[in-house]
Design a protein around this ligand. Structure first.
Ligand SMILES: [Zn+2]
Length: 396
């Protein structure tokens, strides 16, 4: 199938190199509830994996939990909870929301706080190669020592140092940290601050930087080279740019990932849905008013890599499609012996064209209406089989 690779900015044919497709998707920082933007990312990747499996691939899927970071510590102080207790509670909530949306759980769900030895090993190699430096118990990656730094940043239009620095600062790259030699350098290991939890390291107690976490956990469980690395579009820089630098210099192997797949941002009230703006649609709230299938259809009716704005009418339209599919199911019963017809051919052509789920859903919608008008049981069974490839349950 064809997938859009952010690193090359082009549609490329995705061909597995062996019988297992290794996929890593950046996970959540569990300090707050899951919103529609998260759901869009994880439902999109879930659908991609279901489709790859349908085409005969085995998928190994790893996701991280950033269970130690500044946001968690701040929120834990605000609500008067221990940081790890807060992280566990919010992780459980996230998994419950994803289970409800029929998003399969990763094969490995790796917690940053439990993986520090792997991160330390990578940091030591980067220090030995002269690409990192220690200062005051913290360790930083030296961007200017790395002539290859920034391929991903340039791919998305950040063409020079200043363009990168502006975005890095906006996205919390500790612009005022006086221990950094260069403002674009990023932290690999952060020395313990008073009152904060810490893990032992050769540089004293501290905690890992965010970027090193994903390099360590992806390579530990999937090996030095991944097939697909995914996440929200806002992670391409600096997060994934930094991951590529660390990982490729650690292993000496490139590319760190053959494909970089990013999901578009979900907007509400004209702005990106985000915790800081407070314009959130929570998955748990939507589930009170709409079925999981209707929410999933709403998400999949947008191309995974495009930004979109969420309107309540979208959920109504999705609910109508789900009702049609349920009528199909009522007529067809448990039969699943429908022959593949021209509908299947078109459905798979859409899915193989950069996971075009909006097109695939439109085909199912039209076919369901025709099938209901004609009581064509054979096509009905086929429609249900294709809908289930998209992760829809279509319960009676
Ligand atoms: Zn990540």
């Amino acid at each position: 199938m064809k997938l859009f690779n952010t690193l090359t900015q082009s549609l490329e044919e995705f061909v597995p190199v062996d019988d297992t497709v290794r996929i890593y998707v950046c996970g959540v920082t569990p300090y707050d509830t899951t919103h529609l933007g998260h759901a869009f990312t994880y439902v999109s990747f879930d659908t991609l994996m279901r489709y790859l499996e349908y085409t005969g691939c085995k998928v190994k899927y790893v996701q991280n939990v950033t269970d130690i970071d500044d946001d968690i510590l701040r929120k834990a102080r605000e609500v008067g909870m221990a940081w790890d207790e807060l992280g566990r509670r919010e992780t459980e909530r996230y998994l419950r929301d994803m289970d409800a949306l029929n998003v399969r759980r990763p094969d490995v769900y790796a917690y940053a706080s439990e993986e520090t030895p792997t991160m330390i090993e990578i940091i030591q190699v980067l220090l030995a190669k002269g690409l990192a430096y220690e200062n005051g118990g913290s360790v930083y990656y030296s961007v200017k020592r790395d002539a290859e730094f920034g391929g991903m940043a340039r791919a998305i239009g950040l063409n020079d140092y200043h363009a990168m620095l502006t975005i890095a600062n906006e996205r919390g790259n500790f612009p005022d940290d006086p221990r950094k030699r260069d403002p674009l350098d990023f932290v690999l290991w952060q020395a313990q601050a008073p009152g904060e939890p810490a893990w032992p390291s050769p540089w004293g107690p501290g905690r890992p930087g965010w970027h090193i976490e994903c390099s360590a956990m992806s390579m530990r469980y999937l090996g030095p080279q991944l097939d697909i690395h995914g996440g929200g579009e806002d992670l391409a820089f600096p997060h994934h740019t930094c991951e590529i630098a660390q990982s490729e210099h650690f292993t000496g192997k490139a590319p760190f990932s053959r494909f970089w797949v990013h999901t578009g941002m979900v907007h509400q009230d004209g702005e990106k849905m985000s915790k800081s703006l407070g314009n959130l649609t929570l998955v748990s709230d939507l589930l009170k008013d709409y079925s999981a299938d209707a929410i999933r259809v709403t998400l999949l009716s947008h191309l995974y890599r495009c930004p979109w704005e969420c309107f309540p009418e979208d959920l109504q339209v999705a609910t109508e499609l789900v009702a049609r599919l349920q009528q199909v199911r009522t007529l067809v019963g448990e039969r699943s012996d429908g022959q593949d017809t021209v509908l299947s051919g078109r459905f798979h052509a859409a899915m193989k064209n950069d996971l075009n789920t909006p097109e695939a859903l439109l085909l199912l919608h039209r076919a369901a209406e025709t099938m209901l008008a004609n009581h064509d049981i054979n096509t009905g069974a086929e429609i249900l089989r294709l809908a289930r490839i998209l992760g829809l349950r279509i319960e009676g």
